[in-house]
Design a protein around this ligand. Structure first.
Ligand SMILES: NC(=O)C1=CN([C@@H]2O[C@H](COP(=O)(O)OP(=O)(O)OC[C@H]3O[C@@H](n4cnc5c(N)ncnc54)[C@H](O)[C@@H]3O)[C@@H](O)[C@H]2O)[C@@H](O)CC1
Ligand SMILES: Nc1ncnc2c1ncn2[C@@H]1O[C@H](COP(=O)(O)OP(=O)(O)O)[C@@H](O)[C@H]1O
Ligand SMILES: [K+]
Length: 503
């Protein structure tokens, strides 16, 4: 699913009105019906609602919703905030319709003295401002938002929590934005929903389709996408009836050090559980018995060092290389990594300590093999590119980095962001906080190495790998719960996850 800016959404809106064609007031009604049907499913019929309405079309949505609710047993009160003389045309039409129906009490809020008592068991609806927000909230609206945020009532935001911008909130004050329990966003999520600092404002968000015109959605360019299962299925290659292990590639995984052999085991198992033909795991000498016992399916390549990575085997026979999980950051490992960068013309995935070595030796950045995949978490990312002021800034820097260095980068976390050489950014939709556990990242490296070895292009390997990794995590968490989930479970659930993608 593409993610558009608020400005683009307004254009899509206008295109739909002109080309469906549909009157704007009817499009607003369609949006309100979607809100109404979400509410009907969620709340019992006696529920009371306090709907806070602003001057624009977001307020219009709230008024239309109030009218639909009032025709049922739901109890509804509306509060219209007087922050401007005029309402938008469709907001005014909906106010007139609601008034003429005479079923709902409509109060005006002109000063903070007009703020109503909010009952803990009511549901507040935030229809103050939507995607037309032009500056951070101040004055009466800010005070009202602060007031709403102190209440214990459940808060549902229409389209976007009032006060929050759809994209860049670096100059915004998040304390002055509505803190919703639910955000019901029309047709697309907003970019800002995917950033961790906004989670307390956005709450649980859902997308409600309102039938915006598919032609403009297809044609309009956006660098941002939220990746779903269908996007991934389309990228999967078939395994041929007569295929043999040579077809699925031989991967080299450079991982593990004294005390960190678990990383090598997790990544190796994940690679093997993701379709690779042959795997060689390069480890320091002391890890030999551990590796052969724990992962008999992998061949082992032994370093001259007992305890760390200092060299790598002839690369000739490998289709792809993965390096980083648990290798440590010693000087000799830096030299070997530097050499690998100079020599390597194969698909490559870099993780963990390989990235930390780069962080300590910034000159390595410019030697990165083109098209390689990097999989930092936020700290590793900032060691690489410097500190960032917020997620929006970090995202810009990530897109820049990918473009400039011509690499694919996976910034790991909730909604992991994958950027490509063209500066495009894909957000992953699978995964859960149960995966915030030691070794999860090692599993991901193994999966991506496996896919690169099978000949998937870097971007596909990253997108599919991140998606299936999160899917395995979701399936594991469903059965085991988030607390108990450990990285080994991700490997255990990879078969089910792959199977689901092949359904
Ligand atoms: N996406 C879509 O296609 C649809 C969107 N609809 C709704 O339309 C909304 C957008 O409507 P609008 O463009 O009218 O935007 P808003 O409802 O956000 O209102 C914008 C108005 O508020 C004023 N304003 C902006 N920031 C302010 C601030 N900080 N303090 C005080 N006043 C401020 C602006 O000057 C403008 O008059 C969406 O969020 C959504 O709720 C729906 O009605 C139907 C379809
Ligand atoms: N809250 C979360 N929601 C979704 N995925 C998460 C969450 N927390 C962590 N993950 C995923 O778990 C993995 C953790 O990787 P990483 O931080 O490298 O762990 P480690 O270094 O322990 O292996 C990443 O793929 C990340 O996207
Ligand atoms: K809103």
């Amino acid at each position: 699913m593409k993610i558009f800016t608020s400005k683009q959404i307004a254009e899509i809106d206008a295109f739909t009105i002109a080309h469906e064609p549909i009157a704007s007031i009817d499009l607003m009604e369609r949006a309100a019906e979607q809100l109404f049907s979400w509410i009907k499913k969620r709340y019992s019929e006696e529920q009371s609602f306090q709907i806070f309405v602003g001057p624009g079309n977001n307020g219009g949505d709230g008024l239309a919703l109030a009218r639909l609710l009032s025709k049922t047993k739901f109890k509804v009160e509306v509060y219209l905030v007087k922050v401007s003389k005029n309402l938008s045309v469709d907001c005014q039409v909906n106010l007139d319709r609601l008034r003429s129906q005479n079923l709902v009490s409509i109060s005006e809020i002109s000063t903070s003295h007009d703020f109503p008592v909010i009952f803990d068991d009511s549901v507040d609806v935030d229809a103050l401002l939507g995607s037309g927000l032009s500056r951070p909230l101040d004055g009466l609206l800010k005070d009202l938002v602060l007031y709403l945020n102190t209440s214990k009532a459940e808060l549902v935001a229409i389209d976007i929590p009032s006060g929050l911008f759809g994209e860049d909130n670096s100059l915004n004050n998040l304390h002055h934005c509505v803190r919703a329990d639910y955000t019901l966003s029309f047709q697309f999520p907003k970019l800002s929903f995917l950033f961790p600092e906004n989670v307390d404002c956005v709450g649980n968000w859902q997308v409600l389709p309102i039938g915006l015109h598919s032609r403009i959605i297809d044609e309009m360019e956006s660098p941002y996408q939220l990746v779903d299962e269908n996007d991934i299925k389309k990228r999967l290659k078939k395994r041929g009836r007569f295929s043999h292990k040579g077809i699925y590639g031989h991967g080299l995984l450079i991982s593990g050090s004294y005390g960190k052999m678990g990383a090598a085991i997790l990544a190796s198992k994940a690679a093997l559980r993701s379709g690779i033909g042959l795997l060689s795991t390069h480890i320091p000498r002391l890890g030999y018995d551990i590796m052969q016992t724990a992962v008999p399916e992998s061949m082992v390549s032994i370093d001259r060092s007992d305890i760390i990575f200092t060299e790598y085997p002839d690369l000739e026979s490998f289709e792809a290389i993965g390096i980083g999980p648990g290798i440590d950051t010693k000087q000799n490992s830096f030299r070997a990594l530097e050499e690998l960068f100079e020599e390597c013309d194969k698909p490559l995935v870099l993780d963990a300590d390989a990235l930390n070595i780069m962080g300590q030796n910034p000159q390595l950045k410019d030697n990165l093999p083109k098209g390689c995949v990097l999989t930092p978490h936020v700290k590793e990312f900032e060691r690489l590119v410097g500190s960032c002021s917020d997620s929006f800034d970090r995202n810009m820097k990530q897109r820049d980095f990918s473009k400039k260095q011509s690499v694919v980068m996976v910034l790991k976390g909730a909604f992991s962001a994958i950027t490509d050489q063209n500066g495009r950014c894909y957000f992953n939709s699978t995964g859960n906080p149960g995966m915030a556990t030691a070794g999860s990242g090692d599993v991901l490296t193994g999966i991506i190495l496996s896919l690169l070895s099978q000949g998937y292009p870097s971007l596909d390997a990253a997108l599919i790998g991140v998606y299936v990794h999160g899917l395995a995590g979701d399936m594991a968490a469903d059965e085991l719960g988030q607390e108990a989930l450990i990285a080994g479970d991700l490997v255990e659930y990879l078969p089910k996850a792959w199977k689901k993608l092949r359904e």
